[in-house]
Ligand binder design. Structure first.
Ligand code: ATP
Length: 213
């Protein structure tokens, strides 16, 4: 097993994996490093370096064998093993994520959701049961590595503090709040409004000119 790879590399590998799966589904069995680079929008030197950490895998003048690379990354990313996560806050976004449930290209599953709204508790969304937040600490979540946080901003910190007590190690934070948590908790922050706003800003101020390419 490969020991440690740089964090930036580890973050890019799922993207490589997803892109390769897509290419494979389109019938691509072999891809040049420049084609791959265009598909993932990452320069080919970075890709080469990332893959070299894994002991992989391109051949000069041949490029990459797509099936081989998918198998390799699947093993590396533990895609044969299902990772179970939980979700807190079954509002509009939480509901959408429960319906989506990463079925298409990932072996991560949301297995339980939590809320405080009595009207939602006891129901299921896409087969995922919704429990009361008070049940969060009942021991069921001891082995759950990560949680998705889709509560309103006003509840984000208090719920996150509670999540830490379950033994969780990572939070995918969809709230706009910058959480303050112990150092051993990995926080990935996804603020969809900020992403959209910054893209619109870039489009307005720095439009890409197709003729520049
Ligand atoms: P909706 O239209 O269902 O209210 P929304 O996304 O606009 O969705 P929000 O106010 O963002 O609603 O709340 C998201 C969800 O988080 C709701 O289902 C709400 O009941 C739930 N929620 C609010 N506070 C907490 C809390 N402290 N713990 C867990 N869930 C909470």
């Amino acid at each position: 097993m490969i020991e440690r790879i740089p964090q930036a590399t580890a973050k890019r590998l799922p993207l490589y994996y997803r892109t390769l799966q897509h290419l494979y589904s389109l019938g691509k069995n072999r891809i040049s490093s420049s084609e791959f680079s265009q598909s993932v929008q990452i320069d080919s030197a970075t890709i080469r370096r990332d893959l070299s950490y894994l002991g992989a895998l391109g051949k000069k003048g041949y490029g990459y064998d797509v099936g081989h690379l998918i198998n390799f990354l699947r093993g590396f990313l533990n895609q044969d093993e299902v990772t179970e996560v939980i979700l807190i806050g079954v509002g509009n976004l939480g509901t959408a994520l429960l319906n989506y449930n990463f079925h298409k290209n990932n072996n991560t599953r949301i297995i339980r959701a939590y809320d405080i709204d009595e009207a939602k508790i006891g129901k299921k969304i896409a087969d995922t049961p919704i429990y009361h937040l008070d049940d969060l600490l009942n021991g069921d979540n001891k082995h759950i590595p990560a949680a998705i946080l889709t509560v309103p901003a006003s509840a984000a910190q208090i719920v996150a503090d509670k999540l830490v007590l379950t033994g969780i190690r990572g939070i995918l934070n969809f709230t706009p709040v910058r959480l303050s948590l112990p150092d051993h908790i990995l926080i990935h922050h996804i603020d969809l409004s900020v992403e959209l706003q910054s893209m619109v800003y870039l489009l307005k101020n720095y439009p890409l000119n197709p003729l520049d390419k």
